[in-house]
Design a protein around this ligand. Structure first.
Ligand code: HEM
Length: 241
């Protein structure tokens, strides 16, 4: 037998082995990627949301009033309450707009040449989508530096969604690379934030006069000074006992 008689089976064997190896590596990487993408992102978003609420007491009071009206003060917030809490949902969306976690999303490479706004983008160009700039663009958002959840509740307006179809709000990216953990992430942030605000009153730590919202640039955009707060008083009857 000659080499050419072995060639095809060898190729198939080689390909199978390589695919198996890739599949094993992929299987090992997926949980690791899911864990690393999960933890930092949700906690940093919660940090931003709590900071914005404590820096804007009128928004905090409005959110608490909604929670007390819908949930009452005899029980904890439950997942089934969330659809009845539009102001909470608007607070979370406004947090994503003003403090996007991945300000430049994940880098892309253009698969073909194109023309965008008069600029030629050659095939193979590395591209970054600046969601931070979009979220702070005064031509898109009125008073973009103001934390104003009401902008998502204007009657008759088509409020921007989080699923990557509204290009003015892309906290989870868009298209085929959109964050696969989006549903889980929004649920974690909405439930945790509402529980923290509904069940406890919060004070800044002694010596802290105001909240510093400046952030530092990294793959995940983090705060320079993470929020430090102390639970001051329990609000729920069940917690007080
Ligand atoms: C508030 C929380 C989160 C935010 C703001 C967030 C945001 C993002 C963004 C902006 C991207 C890049 C998308 C793009 O470039 O189009 C991404 C990718 C990703 N996220 Fe999230 N994420 C969050 C939570 C999570 C959670 C909870 C998980 C998993 C359970 C997760 C898993 C992933 C994975 C695996 C990718 C990579 C997707 C790919 O490259 O194909 N994320 N996320």
């Amino acid at each position: 037998m000659r080499w050419r008689h072995f060639r095809l089976p060898f190729c198939i064997l080689f390909t199978c082995n390589t695919l198996c190896l890739i599949r094993t590596i992929t299987l090992l990487c997926i949980p690791q990627e899911l864990f690393s993408a999960r933890i930092d992102t949700s906690s940093t978003t919660l940090d931003s949301a709590m900071s914005e609420l404590l820096a804007n007491p009128h928004v905090l009071a409005k959110l608490r009033a909604e929670l007390d009206r819908v949930v009452g003060i005899d029980r904890w917030v439950e997942h089934s309450d969330i659809p009845h809490l539009p102001y909470l949902q608007a607070v979370v969306k406004e947090t994503f707009r003003k403090n996007p976690l991945g300000p430049l999303l994940v880098p892309r490479i253009s698969s073909e040449s194109s023309n965008v706004g008069g600029y030629t983008i050659p095939k193979g160009t590395r591209l970054f989508v600046n969601t931070w700039a979009i979220g702070h663009d005064p031509e898109v958002w009125k008073d973009p530096e103001v934390f104003m959840p009401e902008r998502f509740l204007v009657a008759g307006a088509n409020p921007a969604g989080l699923k990557g179809n509204s290009f003015e709000l892309l906290p989870f990216g868009s298209g085929r690379r959109i964050c696969p953990g989006m549903g889980l992430a929004v649920t974690i942030v909405e439930l945790t934030l509402s529980t923290l605000i509904h069940s406890l009153e919060w004070d800044l730590t002694p010596g802290q006069k105001s909240i510093d919202m400046s952030d530092k640039m990294a793959l995940v955009c983090d705060r320079v000074h993470p929020l430090l707060v102390l639970p001051a008083k329990a609000r729920l009857h069940t917690v007080k006992k």
